[in-house]
Design a protein. Structure first.
Length: 305
C-alpha cells in the first residue's frame, strides 16, 4: 500500500529543474542516473520479466500500450488502470525531483513484470541477459527519430533545452544527447538478438501493418489472440486513440515536467515528418554518416512508406 501511495506522488505538482548530462562508458546520461548507477547495474531481473527497450522517441510508449493490451486480451478497461509510466516502470528513470525512481516503481510491481529501458545493450543491467528475459526492441528511422527527440527536448522540462534544430542535429549525430549514439544503440541491440531472445521491431512496420506486428508480438509472448481482439488492439493503439487517452498520452504528469503546450507528447505519429525539418544538405550529411556507421550492417530502415 505504501509503495502504491508513493507512486501516486507522480501526479502531484513538484518543482522541476532540468538535469545535467554526464558520460558513463562513453554514453551521455542524466546526472541522476549516474548517481544511482550501482543500483541500476545491481537490478535483479526475474526470468519472467519482459523488457521493452528502445532509443528515446522510437515509439516506446506505443509499444508499451500494445504489449499491455496484448497481455490483457484487448481489455481497454484494464489498460486504463494507471498511466503508462506506472503500468510499465522505466528502470533507468531518475527524475531530478522527489518522486519514486523507475527502479522503486519496478520493485512495487508484482511478477510477471513488464519494464522499460532506453539503455544501450552494453549498459543494460546484466541480470536481464543472465535470466534470459524476453526483450522487445523497437527501432525507428534515424531522421524521424531525431526530429521527435528535438521536439521532446522542447517540451520536457527535466532535460536540457535542445537549442536550435541544426545544433541539436549535430549533437545527436555526435551522440552528445541522452542515451548517446543512435547508431551504436540500434546496432548493439540488432547484434545482441543473435544471442538473446530479442524481438526486434520497426516503428515503420507497425505504422504500415499494425495487425501483423501485433500478431508477431503475441506469438513472441506465447499468447494467442483471436482476430477480433487483434483488431481491437489496432484501434485502441492507433495514434488518434492514444493521443486522446490520458492513460497513454502523459497528460497526467504536471506541466512543470512535460509541457504539452510547447509540443504535445503525442506529436505527429507519422513516418516522413523529417522532410518538414531537414534541409537537403542536412539529409545528405546524415545519409553519409549513416553509410559510414551502419553501411556494413544488415539493418535496414525506411524513411518513408
Ligand atoms: P513524434 O514526435 O514523431 O510524433 P517514445 O514513446 O519512444 O517517446 O516515442 C514517441 C514518438 O512515438 C512520438 O513521435 C509519438 O507521437 C509517437 N507515437 C506514440 N504513440 C503512437 C502511435 N500510437 N502511433 C504512432 N506514433 C506514436
Amino acid at each position: 500500500m505504501e509503495s502504491r501511495a508513493r507512486l501516486q506522488c507522480l501526479d502531484t505538482e513538484p518543482t522541476s529543474s532540468a538535469t545535467q548530462l554526464v558520460e558513463i562508458e562513453g554514453v551521455s546520461l542524466p546526472r541522476e542516473t549516474e548517481e544511482s548507477w550501482g543500483q541500476i547495474q545491481g537490478f535483479q531481473a526475474r526470468p519472467d520479466d519482459l523488457l521493452i527497450c528502445s532509443y528515446p522517441k522510437a515509439g516506446t510508449t506505443w509499444m508499451q500500450e500494445i504489449v499491455d493490451m496484448i497481455q490483457h486480451g484487448g481489455d481497454a478497461q484494464k489498460c486504463a488502470r494507471a498511466p503508462i509510466y506506472q503500468r510499465i516502470p522505466f528502470i533507468d528513470m531518475f527524475p531530478p525531483i522527489p518522486v519514486p525512481s523507475g527502479l522503486e516503481q519496478a520493485e512495487a510491481v508484482p511478477s510477471p513484470r513488464t519494464l522499460k529501458t532506453h539503455l544501450p545493450i552494453h549498459l543494460l543491467p546484466p541480470s536481464f541477459l543472465e535470466q534470459n528475459c524476453k526483450i522487445i526492441y523497437v527501432a525507428r528511422n534515424v531522421k524521424d527519430n531525431v526530429v521527435s527527440y528535438f521536439h521532446f527536448h522542447r517540451m520536457n522540462r527535466m532535460i536540457p533545452e535542445p537549442g536550435k534544430w541544426d545544433q541539436f542535429l549535430e549533437n545527436f549525430i555526435a551522440g552528445k544527447v541522452i542515451c548517446g549514439s543512435w547508431f551504436d544503440h540500434v546496432r548493439g541491440w540488432w547484434e545482441a538478438k543473435e544471442h538473446h531472445p530479442i524481438l526486434y521491431l520497426f516503428y515503420e512496420d507497425i505504422k504500415e501493418d499494425p495487425a501483423q506486428e501485433i500478431r508477431k508480438i503475441a506469438q513472441f509472448l506465447g499468447l494467442e489472440l483471436l482476430e477480433p481482439v487483434v483488431n481491437l488492439i489496432v484501434q485502441h493503439t492507433a495514434f488518434e486513440s492514444m493521443k486522446t487517452n490520458p492513460m497513454a498520452n502523459y497528460i497526467t504528469l504536471p506541466s512543470s515536467l512535460l509541457d504539452h503546450s510547447v509540443s504535445p507528447f503525442m506529436r505527429k505519429g507519422t513516418v516522413g515528418d523529417w522532410k518538414e525539418h531537414f534541409t537537403v544538405a542536412q539529409s545528405e550529411h546524415l545519409d553519409t554518416i549513416y553509410a559510414q556507421l551502419l553501411g556494413d550492417s544488415s539493418l535496414t530502415f525506411r524513411t518513408q512508406l
